[in-house]
Design a protein around this ligand. Structure first.
Ligand code: ATP
Length: 862
């Protein structure tokens, strides 16, 4: 298992041994890897979609799905497809059962439902709430994967216990959490909020302090499920009345202990994750707002990160070197083992059949198609006390360390540009999905765990302890990753500063500077991980440009000062002109008054003069009367005529001067208006420039601060890098000694296994010999018992014969005694009468009789 955020690489170490072991381990891992299973489930049309046309068709064999994309048929292939009328039972058998069987055999497993909001994820994973408690009837058939999983697990355990008795023991626990707005909450103890994800070499990824309830029956699990569901965040959207606004992860932990005959105790711990993801949605369609909108963008963001992780994993499966950013979201970090790690995983992608949801359906199918290429490396999580398994785990762990160190060194040595994808199909897929994606890809908050404090790290630790060493390595890895992230963030900062500068420069219209900035700006280039040198170079250029910009601003400021002086001069001119105009007005008024006064001073009282007087008086207000209206010259005497002549001339002069003054006034007014306008314009320009200047000053100050901060960071990074290099070298030497130790251990183990093998062989031979001896013994035993039986039979016969013989012997002795007596009697009576002695004769006869008696004969015949 790969233990932390990783670079998947196939490169080996430096020394030959390392390479061999590494290659061997890789081979083992590759041979056990398998792809994620992906199935599609189509839900029935809902009320809103009743009158819409279907856009999906399940192809022959139930593995192809054809989407009608506005007349174009697009075909996708998956492991299984469940049509509209697909049963919950079928989904369980096809999707969940194989995974639970693996979990019971010690593998980790994950089933996760992905799809558009309202497409049936919760229905598939959980089923309607009332179905969970239903004891019978149609509603019970609607139970989703989760309740069926609980029942199946306890049934299987029961069966095994019946078979193996007390030798096996199980402990089952359940945990339930939700990821809501990038925060993990324990659904079984909701007060436990904002929990942290941790990673352990042996345990894998886990959530710290998460409640784990021990369960003994399926009913206990239902209770836990109900409790969690009640605490889960659900809201009504226009797409779904009960829309899950969080990612729900229900985990079943199965611990199995078995006592084996040869005093070995095997312990397996497997984890089954049942994940109901929040639905992807287009805000426009879901018509969300306020809190629901915020939730939606968080959901979309975490699903986007999931998409990126899957893309990177697909690349890694194709042999590319890719960094997998599991830590970019809580969801992906949580699912790390399930995606490309130590677990058997199945994804259920749920879709709507209606053309209304065509875009989301195609997006889901593309996402699912990509997930098919992820390769997981699941292994049995077994620990056997006193076995080689511990050593194997140690080897696996060391393999991870070596891999991390190599990746670290590699990435430090050269930040290689990302390798182009080979597979055209995938490139096409990704391009399409990137352009069509409805997910909110911008403003992604790159959240990452803070590394453990520096003080707690390398120098104070006991580097001889492999476990400590593993922690240190993880810490080093974490620090280096965070360094990279910081560096990337700084680079982004510089990039945005460049952009701002470029905008300002183009707003200022300074072409020369604009060109120079364009030619020096390299920060816009896509750089996955900028090197320290690149950063320094860019920072230097940025500083130079800021200096240039400051100079230009100084020039602008002095230009502005000149303009201001000119403006003030023009203002003064304008003021003078206005004063002049006023003076002229006063003068004109005085002239008019003079004229009227001189006319009014003319003596005489003719009606014409009176009219004239009146007109002139009026003229003081209107100044517009006509000469011909004034007088009827025929009615005037000569004095009056002279006065009239005088007045006429005076009037003509006045009128002329009035017309001239009118023209001058018009001109002056026009000039004044245009001057006022330009004053306004200049004032606005001055204001704008002053504001700009102020903003630029602030910007420059900010940039200076940022650059000095950056410089400090760079210095710190350099120190850190040097320190890190030293530490890595130190760790590498430790790892090398561990490698040697491991090789020694391996040799020892090989030796031991050789010895065990030869012992086994000897035991086998001894056993074989024993078997042969036993067979010989048994056949001899058989022979012996046959012989015994025969002997017994013989003995019986003999006994019978002996009995007869002894009877005969007794009779013979009786006869002998009788004959002895007779002979005695005879010898006593007629001894020496020439009768031959009878005793030897008798003895002979007796012997004969005895011989006869002891000769064996068949009992019956005898
Ligand atoms: N296969 C199905 N058969 C019958 N009804 C279904 C099926 N799939 C979904 N439904 C119904 O569709 C509605 C929405 O389903 P569900 O709540 O499971 O969607 P979801 O994908 O979990 O949505 P969200 O992401 O918003 O939580 C529910 O009323 C559910 O009962």
């Amino acid at each position: 298992m790969v233990t932390s955020e990783e670079t998947q690489t196939t490169k080996g170490g430096e020394n030959g041994d390392e390479k061999n072991i590494y290659a061997e381990l890789e081979e083992i891992a590759a041979s056990t890897s398998e792809c994620v299973r992906v199935v599609i489930r189509i839900r029935p049309l809902n009320e809103r979609e009743q009158n819409t046309a279907p856009c999906l068709e399940v192809g022959d064999g139930g593995r192809n799905i054809v989407v009608n994309d506005q007349g174009n048929a697009r075909k996708f292939t998956f492991d299984s497809i469940f049509p509209i009328d697909g049963k919950q039972e079928d989904v369980f058998r096809n999707v969940a059962k194989p995974i639970i069987d693996s979990c019971l055999a010690g593998y980790n497993g994950t089933i996760f439902a992905y799809g558009q909001t309202g497409s049936g994820k919760t229905f598939t994973m959980q089923g309607p709430e009332e179905s969970i408690h239903a004891q019978s009837g149609d509603i019970r058939q609607l139970r989703g994967i989760m309740p069926r999983v609980f029942e199946y697990i306890f049934d299987s355990i029961q069966k095994e216990k019946e078979e193996k008795g007390t030798a096996v023991d199980y402990v089952v626990k359940c945990a339930y959490l939700q990821v809501y707005n990038e925060t993990i909450t324990d659904l079984l103890t909701p007060s436990q909020h904002n929990l942290n994800i941790r990673e352990d070499t042996l345990k894998g990824v886990y959530v710290e302090d998460l409640t784990e309830e021990t369960v003994k029956h399926p009913e206990d699990c239902y209770r836990v499920l109900r409790k969690g569901v009640a605490n889960r965040t659900v809201s009504a959207t226009s797409m779904n009345q009960e829309s899950s606004r969080s990612h729900g992860v229900f985990t079943v932990i199965i611990e199995r202990k078995e006592e084996k005959p040869d005093n070995l105790v095997s312990k397996r711990v497997s984890r089954l994750n049942l994940v109901d993801l929040a639905g992807s949605e287009r805000q426009k369609l879901a018509k969300t707002s306020g809190q629901t909108l915020k939730e939606a963008s968080n959901i979309n963001r975490s699903l986007s990160v999931l998409g990126y992780v899957i893309m990177a994993l697909v690349d890694a499966s194709n042999g590319k070197e890719r960094h997998i950013n599991y830590r970019d979201s809580k969801l992906t970090f949580l699912l790390k083992d399930s995606l490309g790690g130590n677990a058997k995983t199945c994804m259920v992608a749920t879709v709507s059949p209606s053309e209304l949801n065509l875009v989301e359906t195609i997006s889901t199918l593309k996402f699912a198609q990509r997930a098919k290429y992820i390769r997981n490396k699941a292994y049995v999580n077994e620990e056997t006390t006193g076995s080689l398994v511990q050593l194997q785990a140690e080897v696996r762990r060391l393999q991870d360390f070596v891999r991390q160190l190599l990746a670290e060194r590699e990435s430090r040595a050269n930040h290689k540009p990302e390798v182009e994808r080979n597979s055209n199909e995938l490139v096409q897929l990704m391009k399409e999905s990137e352009s069509e994606s409805t997910m909110d890809e911008s403003n992604q908050e790159k959240s990452f765990e803070e590394p453990p404090s520096r003080n707690s790290s390398f120098l104070q630790s006991n580097a001889d302890d492999p476990e400590e060493l593993s922690k240190l390595l993880a810490c080093a890895e974490q620090q280096s990753q965070n360094e990279n992230k910081k560096r990337k963030a700084n680079f982004e900062l510089i990039d945005s500063a460049w952009k701002k500068l470029t905008e300002k420069i183009s707003a200022m219209g300074c072409k020369e500077l604009g060109d120079s900035v364009q030619s020096t700006n390299t920060s816009g280039e896509e750089t996955e991980s900028p090197t320290l040198e690149q950063e320094e170079e860019t920072t230097r250029r940025l500083c130079e440009t800021v200096e240039m910009m400051t100079n230009i601003l100084q020039t602008k400021i002095s230009e502005n000062k000149n303009m201001k002086t000119q403006l003030e001069e023009k203002d003064a001119m304008l003021y003078n002109l206005q004063m002049e105009t006023k003076m002229k007005d006063v003068h004109k008024e005085q002239n008019n008054k003079d004229a009227s006064n001189s006319f009014l001073a003319i003596h005489g009282d003719s009606p014409v003069l009176n009219r004239l007087r009146k007109k002139i008086a009026d003229n003081q207000e209107t100044s517009g009367f006509q000469k011909k209206e004034l007088v009827d010259e025929s009615q005037l005497d000569y004095r009056e005529l002279a006065q009239v002549e005088f007045l006429k001339e005076r009037l003509a002069e006045l009128l002329q001067s009035e017309a001239k003054q009118g023209q001058t006034m018009q001109k002056l007014n026009a000039e004044k208006a245009s001057l006022e306008k330009s004053v306004e314009k200049l004032k606005a320009e001055v204001n704008f420039l002053s504001e700009e200047l102020q903003a630029e000053k602030e910007n420059a100050q900010l940039l200076r601060e940022q650059f000095s901060e950056r410089e400090r960071n760079v210095e710190q990074s350099k120190d850190d890098s040097t320190q890190m290099e030293e530490k890595i070298q130190h760790l590498q030497s430790k790892v090398r000694s561990l490698q040697t130790y491991r090789v020694q251990l391996q040799r020892l183990v090989d030796q031991q296994s050789e010895e065990i093998k030869s012992l086994r062989m000897r035991a086998q031979n001894a056993w074989d010999e024993l078997i042969h001896a036993r067979q010989d013994f048994e056949s001899q035993e058989r022979l012996r018992s046959d012989r015994l039986e025969k002997l017994f039979a013989e003995l019986a016969r003999k006994e019978r014969r002996d009995a007869v013989t002894s009877d005969r012997k007794a009779a013979a002795y009786v006869i002998k005694e009788q004959m002895k007596q007779d002979l005695q009697n005879m010898s006593n009576g007629k001894d020496s009468n020439g009768i031959p002695p009878l005793e030897p004769l008798m003895n002979k006869a007796l012997e004969y009789l005895l011989k006869q008696a002891s000769t064996p004969k068949v009992a019956s015949s005898s």
